[in-house]
Design a protein around this ligand. Sequence first.
Ligand code: PEP
Length: 251
Amino acid sequence: MTHPKSIVAGNWKMNGLSDSIAQLDALAGMLDKGVKADCDVLICPPFTLLSAFAMQTPTSVAIGAQDCHMNSSGAHTGDISAEMIKDTGASYVIIGHSERRADHGETNEIVSAKAKAAIHIGLKAIICVGETESQRDAGQTLSVVLSQVIDSIPSDASADDFIIAYEPVWAIGTGRTPTVQDVADVHAAIRKQLVDRFTEAGKGIAILYGGSVKPSNADELMSVENVNGALVGGASLKAEDFNGIIDAYRK
Ligand code: PEP
């Protein structure tokens, strides 16, 4: 049966200066202890550190960006294209994080166009979806998340081109997490959607959970069916904490 490779991904957001490379080195040292062969480890630093990280990255850690522009070049002051990201040596890019959707008005249509640009250049897109607290309270979680999945994946994408990160907006950076049953229900619904669209190959697309993952809850969350890894914000900034989450894939 097709089974996704797990990924533990760290999203550093707008954090990190040049001396933060020490955290990458420390993490690489900890990974020498070994991780299950079917688990990849990824760090997504801010653009300013992307080249340095990608140049110095040990083979045990993949590097990704946190956003890209939908166009390949041109008059877009302050923006970064997928090709520029690829040129640093990075291999992944997060697209449609809820902070981008909220702070920069990124709609599913924009997310899809950005993912298309990333995929076109050979980056793996991590497409983020997730409901707000008011949407959850209104009983709209599944309809919101599934419409984000349907509309954010580019129409010409194949199953190898992207992974999905389910991140309830209200769980990001708050210390709150959904129940294991809630996570299982949403991931099962996303899996069904992926299988409906990509048939057997849809079973091989990783679906990450994100939102206040830390060493103390990683084991429980990562053992939920259809959870194929984590997208981690705050707890990815320190190698020791991030390594404690990766421990869920050492058993
Ligand atoms: C995130 O920003 O993707 C995230 C999951 O953040 P945190 O782990 O801090 O909740």
